[in-house]
Design a protein around this ligand. Structure first.
Ligand SMILES: *[C@@H]1O[C@H](CO)[C@@H](O)[C@H](O)[C@H]1NC(C)=O
Ligand SMILES: *[C@@H]1O[C@H](CO)[C@@H](O)[C@H](O)[C@H]1NC(C)=O
Length: 435
């Protein structure tokens, strides 16, 4: 069966042109692209070219059995392009017997890194794959080349830095925005074992308070050398309140306490946004303060009291009349009263029923988002055991697709006029068998 498959592929190449196979491939960053068997030596004896997607000219990557690109690994019956990155997005074409090259593979690179989030000042740790030999890092923003952070053969190199490898646990302490980026955990031969995308965000606090109270705005972490700016609510311009841990305001209500900044007594003008930055300028915390006026004590005009007293007396009188009237009624009316009471009961019960259904519904979209984030390509996890997807799999993939064949059961011709309804019954039961 497999042989037959190869023969078909070869014939496509030999009798060439428009009938040749064309593959569209989506592959995770860092994976290995395996060329179809028909483009591997000794079967293939032509040239393989690559044209980048984002401009750039066509370049030769393989000439017969000779690699023209360092990441291209050629052996008998196998051609692999390792360590795929965005620069490999584009089209591969082949040329046989100096004919015009024709396109055979269109490659798209997908980011399959695990997404992680941490707040400024927290720690991040990750259990690395056992075979990890080194860790490299590319910042989230900027085109910087990957930087090797840790190397098993030279582990002392990064002493004193915030990151470290303890056994198989990779840890970054006291993260800041500069730690946002891609962490690649690689084998000695550069094979990507795992990839993490870390995003570091500032902390957020929100204080609601009343005028004349004491307000403590807590520092983001225990370090005390913050630079704090304040932007009053509704304004754009900011004022510096604290510079590298020292107050730069002559407002006597504001002072530094061990845990943060204290404002006592707080005023309406203190409403606004406080931004805490560290000495390198990374945003550690955003604090929003809302100060409200204290609720005013109730002071009313004497006439209002008179009106309220009158109202109460009137209500009491009306009530008494009602009670009297009710007592005069005969007992038979009780059975009438009980009827609406029971009618009202289901409404309450219904409401109670609705309540627990709410949260379970709101969970559903969340689950949906998670699944949609998962790329349709193989993730990096568990890469050691499973081989990179081969092109053969494209051909094979067609068989597990379930086919819904409608099995009509023969209806006995002897069945008289009612046959229609009988057919319906048969059809429904067949359908149910699939479910
Ligand atoms: C790791 O360190 C060894 C020895 O210093 C060096 O030969 C190797 O190139 C380093 N690996 C990386 C990826 O930097
Ligand atoms: C404060 O204002 C100055 C000038 O308007 C601006 O350059 C700076 O980025 C602002 N700082 C913050 C923390 O908003």
């Amino acid at each position: 069966m497999l042989l037959l498959l190869y023969v078909t592929t070869v014939s496509c190449v030999l009798f060439g042109g428009s009938s040749a196979e064309f593959f569209e491939k989506r592959m995770c960053y860092g994976r290995t692209l395996r060329l179809p068997f028909s483009f591997t030596p000794p079967l293939f004896n032509g040239q393989l070219y690559f044209t980048p997607k984002n401009g750039g000219s066509r370049k030769l990557v393989m000439d017969k059995d000779e690699a023209k690109e360092s990441r291209l690994k050629i052996s008998i019956g196998s051609v692999e392009l390792t360590d795929l990155t965005e620069r490999d997005e584009g089209t591969f074409s082949v040329s046989v017997d100096d004919a015009m090259p024709y396109d055979v593979i269109k490659l798209q690179i997908v980011e399959c890194a695990y997404r992680m989030y941490r707040n400024y000042g927290k720690s991040y740790s990750y259990t690395v794959p056992r075979q990890t030999e080194f860790v490299d890092f590319t910042p989230l923003h900027g085109e910087d080349l990957p930087r090797v952070l840790w190397n098993r053969t030279d582990p002392q190199d990064n002493k004193g830095s915030r990151w470290q490898m303890k056994g198989f646990i990779w840890e970054i302490k006291n993260v800041n925005q500069a730690d946002s980026g891609y962490y690649n955990f690689r084998k000695k031969d550069n094979t990507l074992l795992s990839r993490i995308r870390l995003t570091v965000k500032e902390n957020n606090r929100h204080y609601n308070t009343n005028v004349n109270e004491r307000l403590l705005i807590q520092n983001p972490t225990f370090v005390a050398t913050w630079t704090v700016t304040f932007t009053p609510a509704g304004e754009v311009e900011n004022n510096t309140l604290m510079e590298a841990g020292n107050l730069v305001t002559d407002d006597s209500r504001i002072r530094i306490v061990p845990k943060g900044i204290e404002i006592d007594p707080v005023n309406i003008i203190d409403s606004g946004t406080f931004e805490f930055r560290d000495q390198q300028g990374y945003l550690a915390q955003i604090v929003i303060v809302e100060v409200e006026l204290e609720p005013l004590p109730l002071v009313l005009h004497p006439y209002v009291y008179v009106a309220i007293t009158g109202g109460i007396i009137f209500a009491v009188v009306v009530c008494c009349c009602c009670v009297k009237k009710c007592c005069c009624k005969n007992s038979s009316s009780k059975s009438h009263e009980s009827a609406p009471e029971t009618a009202a009961a289901p409404a309450v019960y219904y409401h109670d029923l609705i309540e627990p259904a709410g949260p379970s519904y709101s969970v559903a979209p969340g689950e949906h988002t998670t699944t949609s984030l998962e790329p349709s390509v193989e993730p990096l996890g568990g890469q050691e055991g499973d081989p990179a997807p081969t092109f053969g799999s494209d051909c094979r993939s067609s068989d597990p697709v379930p086919k819904f064949e409608l099995k009509r059961q023969p209806i006995p011709s002897a069945v008289p006029l009612v046959s229609d309804s009988i057919f319906c019954d048969v059809y429904t039961s067949d359908k149910l068998n699939f479910l």
